[in-house]
Ligand binder design. Sequence first.
Ligand code: ADP
Length: 626
Amino acid sequence: MFSKGAQLPPRGLIALVLGITVVPLTVLLWLGWRMLDQDRLLEGQQAQDRLERAADLAAASVQRAIAVSEQHLAAGDSNWPDGAVVVTLYDSRVEAYPAGRMAYLPVAPDLPEAPTSAFARGEDLEFRRHDRDAAIEVFRALSRSPDPAIRAGALLRLARNLKMQGRIEEAMDSYQQMAAFDGVAAGGVPASLAALYARCRIFDEARRTADLKAEAGRLTNDLQRARWLLTAPAYWLYAADAAKWTGAVPHPPPPSEILAAAAAVLWERRDQLAPSGREAVHVEGRTLAAIWQASAGTRRILVAAPEFVDSQWLSAGREAGIRLSLETAAPHIRRAVRAAADTSLPWPLIATFAGPATASGTFAMRRRLLIGGFVLLVSVALAATYLIFRAVSRELAVARLQSDFVAAVSHEFRTPLTTLRQFTDMLRDHDELPADRRRICYEAQSRATDRLTRLVESLLDFGRMEAGARPYRFERRDCVELVRRAVEDFRGHAQVAGYEIDVHGEGPLEAEVDCEAVSRAIWNLLENSVKYSPGQNGVEVGLERGDECVRISIRDHGIGIPAHEQAAIFGRFRRGEEARRLGIKGTGIGLAIVDQIVKAHRGRVEVESRPGEGSTFTLVLPMRES
Ligand code: ADP
């Protein structure tokens, strides 16, 4: 009765309860999941529609922005933001503006250079007469010429001779002066480029690493910002050496190199280009745009690097609230693609949502409500299952207790009835029985009748108490006398079983009691102490005055009661595990009656017990009725 297993409902019932809750719950969850899924699909479709509409608007805006650029191009506008350059292709030359945007040109213009005859005297001294000092004097004089081309050429030769003489610092000075000359060539190369390059070489030969790095950095910088109009081979020659000296290859390539590479591609294809057009150009893994128009045998091309495309054209599309790009977006990102053929843009346009594609307010709200509803439903269903389960378990436990009770009561009745029957049969069938044997029979019949009477009274009392209909008649009585009388009544019963009962306590200890009820409680406790003390035949009854109360204790040395059962045994039909295990008969109402009686007296029962050592039940009755 106290073990958990005994309180579990049968397996069939558990399966039924689970069946009627788990199956509908699973179906419900599945349906919910399907609904959410549908919802997500619908939301996805709506988001895609929104994106498609925005992409159309954005494509139109980009179109307009490009058209504006085309107008500027036609008007010969020279003011272009960073990342764009206008390249004019002539038959055999190329022009580019704004200046400094292209690292190199498909065809480079020749720079003015002083004729070699201007330096004939100095070179004669230098090469034929090997008189460097004299040559130096001549070149130094020429380096003060008013003509910059002569000055540059003279400085180049002066530096060369100084270097040959080992006058490195002076040579460096000459190159330094020469590095300031723009717009003139010396030795077939732009003078300042030749000077910077020569300085780097001298630093390199002298292993002046730090100076070399700084000078090469300057050279790289000037190359990239297109200080000189070079062809691609010349540019890459100097750029490669400069990168070797600085120890760093610029990455990603600067915009000037990308624009120059794109212009080179267009120059190569100049004969196949339609008079006007728009096209994407791919260089170095980047996508550029070229827009061109023909006028008077030339073609003017606007070459736009990604940063220009992004800031000038695609930004117009972003007003539609989306992100536009020319690169392919990651595959899982929602996108709308506008092919170049449909939009007449130079490239396909990819539109994505600017931020994370969040669910629209209504969808999010609906989803939250749905999830909330399901959680609530599942919680309610689980709680209901638990409550049903608990209620059914309890009902079953009570039903089992009652059936146990009926079995126990029947058993209790059968024993005295069997005794009665046996002795009655004996008396009827044996007239010749001597008087002393007859007497034994009558006594046995009397005990059995007593027992039956008590049993019936007990049950009737219990029924009345349960119904709250047991009348109590309180009167002031000496409890010592009352207890002694109850013990005397019980003693005959106990002695048959070989038990001794000692009573300790000095009277009078008066209290307002219902004598019959208290006697019954004492009888029940004495009966238990005898019943549950097999082989331990001593019971002590003690009386003492407590704080405004009388304490009546009944102590045995029997099987004891484990702590976890001590409260429960006062419940109706409750029986201890050990009592059942040992096969000790009982109905489980004895202590419930005791409990009812002391409560009616506004008292209490205390129990102190240890398994195997015995138990003490104490009735605590108030001395005065409150
Ligand atoms: P019953 O004796 O008919 O089983 P009771 O209500 O009198 O019913 O007692 C309830 C349970 O309390 C008993 O089944 C037994 O396990 C335990 N019990 C009661 N009195 C004692 C006792 N003196 N010693 C050990 N166990 C006891």
